[in-house]
Design a binder for this molecule. Structure first.
Ligand SMILES: *[C@@H]1O[C@H](CO)[C@@H](O)[C@H](O)[C@H]1NC(C)=O
Ligand SMILES: *[C@@H]1O[C@H](CO)[C@@H](O)[C@H](O)[C@H]1NC(C)=O
Ligand SMILES: *[C@@H]1O[C@H](CO)[C@@H](O)[C@H](O)[C@H]1NC(C)=O
Ligand SMILES: *[C@@H]1O[C@H](CO)[C@@H](O)[C@H](O)[C@H]1NC(C)=O
Ligand SMILES: *[C@@H]1O[C@H](CO)[C@@H](O)[C@H](O)[C@H]1NC(C)=O
Ligand SMILES: *[C@@H]1O[C@H](CO)[C@@H](O)[C@H](O)[C@H]1NC(C)=O
Ligand SMILES: *[C@@H]1O[C@H](CO)[C@@H](O)[C@H](O)[C@H]1NC(C)=O
Length: 679
């Protein structure tokens, strides 16, 4: 039994028991495990809560709470006036709404009356006042449980327990804590203000005139070594009949609460052990809990929220910058043709190198899949610094975007960013035609496929020249600008896109030489592209496809061989089929077709623009709706052509490579890509 009063000397126990038993009465001992059914004398703001918790104070400022056992208790042997042994134990808790603001403490009090008249509601704990403090006439014995440091009372700190006799200046005092039995009696600090329930045992040995006070956390059994011990005869201090109870005061603090959970008392005997499981609980949403929320949870949540919001904002800003576009007022009408940069970014996996289809003078072309529609696209990134002429340029691309023909690569739209223009095209899975004619292809096109390609390009170009509301001059017809869809249907590409598919040889020389051979001679003089100059290029293209040779190739002596000239030589000897690609086979049907295409190629390459057929005628001839026109003027053409080739080499060494390129990178408009009138 590690219960109260164990420290009493066993020698006197028998005597005491005899005394106790002989004078056994309900007045002399009592036990409250919670105060639900207790008949206490309450004063001031003291209150017994619904669950039986004794609340000495509430939030009323400068208020006192008194709670006393209602009946007087006989503390003395009436025969010889000696103070009797007694012991008591109680469980208390002090807590605060605002831990930083410590209120005053509380006291266990043995007093001659219930009123404690004149006591002050501050550091005097509702027990004394400045006038009576220290006077022997008080006859007050108290245990102070003090959470305030008051130098006037010789307090040692703001967390101490003291034995007070007639004064708040303790006769003996100690910092709150206990000597731990489980740890060789090592001292452990306790915080009275912690809001945790703790137990105090007070024992007075009337025989040896000793007072012991012991403190411990609620779950810890009474330590063997008391916190405070005082040798003092209480006979002069106590009256014969005294009241026992508790006192607490709020002072100017609004926040501290003083609670008593259970209490047992006994004169000349052992105070009954309190049953912890029967005690009332402390307020759930008590001040302490709320302060936890205020001081720990809320700041943590706020910090987390702040970090989240900040991260999110930073993410948004970065994202906004990453996907920033340039949009001007005049572009409003082009909204349907405008792509969101974000979509293009996602489509091309962030312009990943793995999606790169090719790169050239203008920039790079990427394959992509639009996020929502899953449409496959080719995105060309063109760098442009100048915004001059951008309005006209975009107007023209949008206008080009409205061109729809099965033999034209569709320009789906565009997007603008700072220093960058993005053009979005249909994706052509089989790339450009020259890959199949030149280079070292694994797949060569047979004649049927080539003729289909030729017809397609002819129809596409015919549509550009005559099929639309405006006359469109393509300006850059060549094998590398002819793209093949999944079924090897040919489509004429725009804006030099096809050039970027050039995987074969060194792009620069290929491009310069190739384009060089496609340019109509009159262009070098007049520098004005016409439908006839497109027809000239188409002628070169026909010969290229039928012969499997580039319009201009180098021979062993590094001299240019002009394809037109070369084919013309065969034609003049009446052996034009010898110019054809040997891979094509020699069936009669193929031979007729090849013969037709080669002759048409020569006609289209006529030095005199007016002698060239129109694209309408070309289509009719290819479809055998009209016969080939008279070829007799070709002899003259050949001589002039020779002259023209020499001339162009001197004046315009690298004509086309910078041609459409300069338009895209910049300065003015693309009016030369899209010309109106002159039908
Ligand atoms: C009072 O003390 C006596 C003797 O110790 C004990 O038998 C009795 O149960 C106690 N009564 C209460 C209410 O504690
Ligand atoms: C404190 O107790 C007194 C007396 O019971 C009461 O009048 C007052 O309203 C209480 N104050 C609070 C804040 O509960
Ligand atoms: C409470 O105690 C007082 C004083 O002893 C007494 O007058 C009163 O009748 C008691 N009330 C109850 C309900 O026991
Ligand atoms: C009071 O004191 C007298 C004389 O010393 C003694 O006989 C008596 O037993 C005591 N009574 C109690 C209750 O201690
Ligand atoms: C009073 O009686 C008690 C025994 O009940 C005894 O221990 C004590 O010494 C006596 N006091 C005086 C002053 O005689
Ligand atoms: C206990 O409290 C006292 C007084 O506040 C302090 O001096 C001492 O260092 C504390 N001891 C421990 C172990 O916390
Ligand atoms: C404490 O109270 C509980 C429930 O009221 C009871 O079951 C238990 O036996 C009590 N313990 C003691 C030591 O009296």
């Amino acid at each position: 039994m590690s219960i109260a009063c164990k420290n009493m000397l066993s020698k006197v126990m028998f005597t005491l028991f005899v005394v106790c038993n002989s004078e056994s009465s309900a007045e002399h001992n009592f036990t409250y495990n919670g105060f639900r059914s207790a008949n206490l004398s309450l004063d001031g703001v003291a209150n017994i809560a619904h669950n039986g918790l004794l609340e000495l104070t509430n939030k009323t400022k400068l208020s006192i709470g008194h709670a006393f056992h209602p009946a007087r208790i006989n503390f003395k042997n009436s025969t010889n006036g000696t103070a009797l042994s007694f012991c008591t134990s109680f469980i208390f808790a002090i807590l605060s709404d605002v831990p930083a603001l410590k209120g005053h403490g509380m006291a266990f009090v043995i007093a001659p009356n219930l009123e404690l008249r004149g006591s002050r509601a501050d550091e005097y704990l509702g027990v004394f006042n400045p006038i009576n403090d220290g006077k022997s006439t008080n006859h007050i014995f108290a245990i102070e449980i003090d959470t305030n440091y008051v130098p006037v009372f010789n307090d040692i700190n703001d967390n101490h327990v003291g034995i007070d006799i007639n004064s708040l200046s303790s006769d003996v005092t100690s910092s709150a804590g206990y000597y731990d039995d489980n740890n060789n009696g090592a001292f452990r600090n306790l915080s009275l203000f912690s809001g945790k329930a703790m137990q105090i045992w007070l024992e007075y040995d009337g025989l040896n005139k000793k007072i012991h006070v012991t403190l411990a956390p609620i779950k810890v059994a009474k330590p063997k070594i008391p916190l405070l011990s005082l040798a003092r005869d209480l006979s002069p201090i106590l009256d014969e009949f005294m009241y026992v109870g508790f006192s607490a005061a709020t002072g100017s603090s609004l926040s501290s609460h003083h609670y008593v959970l259970g209490w047992s008392f006994s004169i000349s005997g052992q105070a009954q052990e309190l049953n912890i499981s029967q005690l009332p609980s402390l307020p759930h949403i008590g001040p302490k809990k709320r302060s936890m929320v205020l001081t720990v949870v809320l700041p943590v949540i706020s910090v987390v929220m702040f970090v989240l919001v900040f991260t999110y904002l930073a993410f948004l800003i970065r994202r906004k910058r990453k996907f920033a576009e340039v949009v001007e007022d005049w572009e409003r009408e082009y909204r349907p043709q405008r792509f969101k940069y974000k979509d293009l970014y996602v489509a091309t996996k962030g312009f990943n190198d793995e999606e790169l289809l090719g790169s050239g003078g203008f920039g790079r072309v990427y394959r992509g899949t639009l996020p929502n529609s899953k449409i496959e696209i080719a995105v060309k990134r063109v760098s442009h610094e100048s915004r001059q002429g951008m309005k006209e340029f975009v107007a023209e691309i949008v206008s080009m975007g409205r061109l729809r023909h099965r033999n034209l690569v569709s320009l789906l739209g565009y997007c603008r960013r700072k220093g960058e223009l993005l053009l979005v095209y249909d994706y052509m899975p089989n790339g450009s035609l020259d890959r199949y004619i030149h280079g070292q292809p694994k797949v060569t096109l047979d004649w049927k496929q080539r003729f289909q390609v030729i017809e397609g390009v002819a129809l596409g170009l015919f549509y550009l020249h005559e099929g639309w509301e405006q006359v469109v001059i393509h300006r850059d017809i060549k094998a590398s600008n002819v793209l093949l869809d999944a079924h090897f249907n040919s489509r004429l590409g725009d804006f030099g896109l096809a050039r970027l598919y050039d995987h074969g040889a060194d792009p620069q020389t290929t491009h310069v030489v190739g384009t060089h051979g496609y340019i109509a001679p009159e262009l070098y003089r007049a520098a004005k592209a016409t439908t006839s100059s497109d027809v000239f290029s188409f002628g070169a293209f026909l010969l290229e496809v039928a012969c499997g040779r580039r319009p201009i190739e180098m021979n062993a002596d590094n001299e240019e061989i002009n394809l037109v000239e070369w084919v013309f030589a065969f034609w003049r000897k009446g052996q034009i089929l010898k110019a054809a690609d040997p891979n094509l086979g020699s069936s009669k049907h193929v031979a007729e077709d090849v013969d037709l295409v080669l002759k048409l190629g020569l006609l289209c390459s006529h030095i005199d623009p007016t002698a060239r057929p129109s694209m309408r005628q070309v289509v009719q001839i290819l479809e055998r709706d009209s016969p080939l026109p008279d070829m007799s003027s070709l002899g003259l053409s050949f001589k002039t052509l020779k002259f023209a080739q020499g001339f162009e080499d001197i004046t315009m060494p690298y004509p086309s490579s910078s041609n459409s390129g300069s338009k895209l990178t910049g300065s003015s408009t693309v009016s030369d890509i899209l010309l109106s009138g002159g039908r």
